[in-house]
Design a protein around this ligand. Structure first.
Ligand code: 5AD
Ligand code: SF4
Length: 437
């Protein structure tokens, strides 16, 4: 039996796919290269915005057509991830050809549930809450071919942002014991990884035996590990101690993704973020002068219910003030079972789109300026491709998570996953150009 998993959403979902692959391989299934070659197709879904949820249903239709086109070979179809957790049995109502629904907290049950489906079970579902799902048998994880190993440190989220499905789809926080995390990092380093990314919806609230900053110091002691990354940070959990760790531990990559969402205190309050714009600015201030050597990235939501022109101008002002090196911005999307659903949302769509376009255009200017400042520098980059692209360049990343296209090495082999010094020779909004020294 062969399986194929399609994945949407964030790094937690990417990593859940690696966990599910590991469980299925351990129970005797083989990885299929494509949907066409699979007996079991899993869609590991996201429901953060309505568009993400829509995509899943249209993809389900496409997969069902493939299933119908090969009556000689049965295909089981499963939905996992955040949409599965949120929609539960409703998935069977909207897509009756789906055989299996597995919630985010029932991951470890997957082999049993798949055996049930292969044994003839119809509409098999498990969206129960398993309080120990953060204690996953990490030895079986099938890591993807990225040079960076993803490491879960917290499952779930204890914040209650009024627009967000995550507290519902992933539950409240469960923190892995510090010893388990250190063992896993040591093991991935022994197996050849030189870079790890610590994952949590609210990664810097870690408290599974030490603070998050202390965890960074402990992980940094592991020989052979070169770069440590982490995502996603919440401003309310960004302490001076963490800023000190981030700016002083050489192995911690100089990169911080910390969503601000809005520059208006009124909107931040309505979003239930728990900080004011000034408090966010103050926390960035904890980084001191070192902020200039770092990449700072954020998320914005525009068109939140009640956002006036003035509120949006506050968001633009904070972008001007902080000059984020990168940001991800989205139009507010009403989500089921979230408190913001009940807020009056009268803003015309055209205004939301205008605001988003304005914010993104200004961000592109800041990102380009930030990238241009790198030109002429010699920096270590990690090689992220096994072969050159069709255009003839190799893909690599700097410690600050900037994309680099290495152009002068199309004929020579560069070592996948290893650090190489390059000279930055050019920059655009989304990439740097580099030459191997
Ligand atoms: N609508 C729009 N954007 C959202 N995000 C989270 N929930 C919503 C929503 N309902 C954005 C936030 C978050 C990022 C992962 O997605 O900016 O930081
Ligand atoms: Fe999407 Fe959030 Fe779930 Fe990640 S945790 S898959 S972003 S809904």
């Amino acid at each position: 039996m062969k399986f194929h998993i399609l994945t949407w959403g964030c790094q937690m979902n990417d990593h859940d796919t690696e966990k599910m692959s590991g469980l299925l391989v351990r129970s005797g299934l083989l990885l299929a290269d494509s949907v066409h070659d699979a007996d079991l197709v899993l869609l590991n879904t996201c429901s953060i915005r309505e568009k993400a949820a829509h995509k899943v249903y249209s993809e389900l239709g496409r997969i069902n057509e493939i299933k119908a086109s090969r009556p000689d070979r049965p295909m089981a179809i499963g939905v996992t991830g955040c949409l599965a957790q949120q929609e539960k049995e409703n998935i069977f109502k909207r897509a009756p050809f789906v055989d299996l629904v597995v919630g985010t907290m029932a991951l470890k049950q997957l082999p049993r549930l798949v055996a049930n489906v292969f044994g003839g079970g119809n509409h098999v579902i498990d969206t129960d809450f398993y309080p120990d799902n953060h204690l996953f048998p990490v030895d079986c994880i099938s890591r993807s071919c990225s040079p960076k190993a993803l490491i879960t440190i917290i499952e779930g989220c204890n914040h209650a942002c009024t627009y967000c499905v995550v507290p519902t789809t992933r539950g409240s926080e469960r923190h892995r014991p510090v010893g388990d995390i250190l063992t896993e990092v040591r093991n991935v380093v022994d197996s050849g990884f030189c870079e790890v990314e610590l994952l949590g919806q609210n990664v810097n609230s870690y408290n599974g035996g030490c603070t998050f900053a202390e965890l960074l110091y402990k992980i940094a002691e592991i020989d052979g590990l070169e770069w440590i990354r982490f995502t996603t940070s919440h401003p309310m959990n960004f302490t001076k101690e963490l800023a000190q760790a981030l700016t002083s531990i050489s192995k911690v990559a100089p990169f911080l993704h910390m969503p601000i969402q809005s520059g208006s205190d009124k909107i931040l309050r309505r979003m239930g973020r728990g900080y004011t714009a000034q408090e966010y600015i103050d926390r960035i201030g904890y980084l001191g002068e070192r902020r200039n050597n770092m990449c700072l990235s954020t998320d914005f939501i525009v068109g939140f219910p009640g956002e006036t022109d003035e509120d949006f101008e506050s968001t633009m002002s904070i972008l001007e003030l902080i000059k984020f090196d990168a940001s991800f911005s989205f139009i507010y999307s009403p989500r089921p079972d979230t408190p913001a659903l009940h807020l009056a949302d009268n803003l015309p769509e055209s205004i939301k789109h205008e605001r988003l376009a304005r914010l993104q255009a200004r961000q592109t200017e800041f990102t380009t300026q930030s990238n241009l400042r790198e030109v002429g520098k010699i920096v270590p980059v990690r090689i992220e491709s096994h072969t050159p692209s069709e255009q003839g360049y190799w893909l690599a990343r700097t410690a600050q998570w900037r994309n680099v296209h290495i152009e002068n090495s199309a004929d020579s082999q560069l070592p996948f996953g290893r650090l190489v010094d390059v000279k930055i020779t050019g920059a655009g909004p989304h990439w740097l150009k580099g030459e191997v020294l």
